[in-house]
Ligand binder design. Structure first.
Ligand SMILES: [Zn+2]
Ligand SMILES: [Zn+2]
Length: 140
């Protein structure tokens, strides 16, 4: 019925389910294609168990392992709490993005700007500028 590949993983010493069946996307999260759109494996698994994620909430890996698909390692947080947690100790303005990351940000239609921001350690306004092609100059 479906050609979807089974999700497989290996257990690591921290109890993470490190996805082995699916390749990571440019953000480092394993993904698969469905209905022509990329879906994140851990989000998919989480929703299988807990249902839809309420608006304004995001999923966070407490293990900080992007390849981990163990939903026991996933918690929901509000977008702002999540971003603050991730940005702590980072200096967003100093983040340097590779050309590939910039292209990826521009082409990403599924993630919110805030979400993209903390994935890359830059501010939402930076993401917005990159998206609208304003200030970010690509370097080679
Ligand atoms: Zn984990
Ligand atoms: Zn997180």
């Amino acid at each position: 019925m479906s050609k979807r590949r089974d999700i497989a993983y290996e257990l690591n010493e921290k109890g993470c389910h490190v996805c082995t069946s699916h390749k990571p996307d440019a953000h480092g999260y394993p993904q698969f294609q469905r209905d022509g759109r990329p879906r994140l494996v851990y989000v998919y698994l989480y929703r299988q168990v807990y249902g839809n994620i309420a608006k304004g909430l995001v999923l966070h890996h407490i293990c900080e392992n992007k390849m981990c698909i163990n939903i026991a390692h996933i918690v929901v947080k509000t977008v702002s709490k999540h971003m603050n947690g991730h940005l702590k100790g980072k200096r967003p303005s100093s983040a340097r993005l590779s050309d590939a990351q910039v292209r990826c940000i521009r082409s990403n239609k599924t993630l919110k700007q805030k979400h993209l921001g903390f994935l890359y350690g830059v501010t939402q306004s930076m993401i917005s500028k990159i998206k609208s092609n304003v200030t970010y100059r690509e370097t080679t």
